[in-house]
Design a protein around this ligand. Sequence first.
Ligand SMILES: O=C(O)C(=O)C[C@H](O)[C@H](O)CO
Length: 402
Amino acid sequence: MKISAARVIVTCPGRNFVTLKIETDAGVYGIGDATLNGREKAVVAYLEEHVVPVLIGRDAARIEDAWQYLYRGAYWRRGPVTMTAIAAVDTALWDIKAKAANMPLYQLLGGASREGVLVYGHANGADVEQTVDEVGRYIEMGYKAVRAQSGVPGVKGAYGVARGTMYYEPADSALPTETVWDTTAYLNFVPKLFERLREAHGPDIELLHDVHHRLTPIEAARLGKALEPFRLFWMEDPTPAENQEALRLIRQHTVTPIAIGEVFNSIHDCRALIQEQLIDYIRTSVVHAGGITQLRRIADLASLYQVRAGCHGATDLSPVTMGAALHFDLWVPNFGVQEYMRHTAETDAVFPHAYRFSDGYLHPGDAPGHGVDIDEALAKKYPYDPKQLPVARLKDGTMWNW
Ligand SMILES: O=C(O)C(=O)C[C@H](O)[C@H](O)CO
């Protein structure tokens, strides 16, 4: 079964998505997500200029060889653009292999290890009480795990707070929106938020929180310690994790579980964090960490150290990534939780999918392949709309991590 064509499809049903469609001479096709939020066109160019030409005529069944060819053969390895492009090819080829075998992808990976995939939703509010209500709304919808983010007094454009409810979309403008970060205000506020959430919703609901790379190691240690009485499922991205050693310091001070990895694109980015057991959950995703092929390797490494998978699943990861991730999650022995930020109805219509939510769990469905398709005619109706992620500055104007 040879690859006969490969095309990049860019569409914006409410937000931008880049999709690679690979066709074969056997008539079977596969699709892969290649969306890199705010940097979409860089991946489009990488795919169209450097990857598509070398795919034509290759054996579609040789997924590992294609992965190694695109990774080792590139010389300029790794990085989010390269690894997102590789992920798109890898996901499309796994889709083709599973369709050709007439099996849902999770069967090819080794079969289901569980009945459904525990997911966490995103509750957010302008202040504490609104966030408490929003968490309650997610619990009513059946969620067993909820991430809580709130507006912080004195912080302009706090991370994770939507302008409407349900659909937080940070890439909101052609030029980056400027937000202001205030560590003192944030550190004083967050423990009070979780105290109130436990008081309102009791001890059993799983609560998560994303710090979004804003703290220094000692500040993150302080926050983790302050949150211990409220038993978080995880504290995410407490510091920018390119400094992997920083996690040693944080770990010495707190038993609040830590999740890191959504911006990682290589197994090497998480090697020390996993091998030194500095994190509890690894957040690498199908789309930004080189596809199913590398994600499996990361998960296997993590399983040796009791680190569990907690895949990134924000709205900028398309339904194609969500579908593929759910097959991975259903199989992976060391599963923790899957992020599930619902896509809008417009997005869901462009990407018809087999996965279904029920009572706090998602199931990838049993359609052959990863179970997600693209309606190309509908996709054409939504042209690319340039949008970038925000930036953050301290109150005195110093650039900070968004
Ligand atoms: O979902 C999360 O945990 C995020 O941090 C979402 C990111 O801000 C988003 O994917 C950036 O594109």
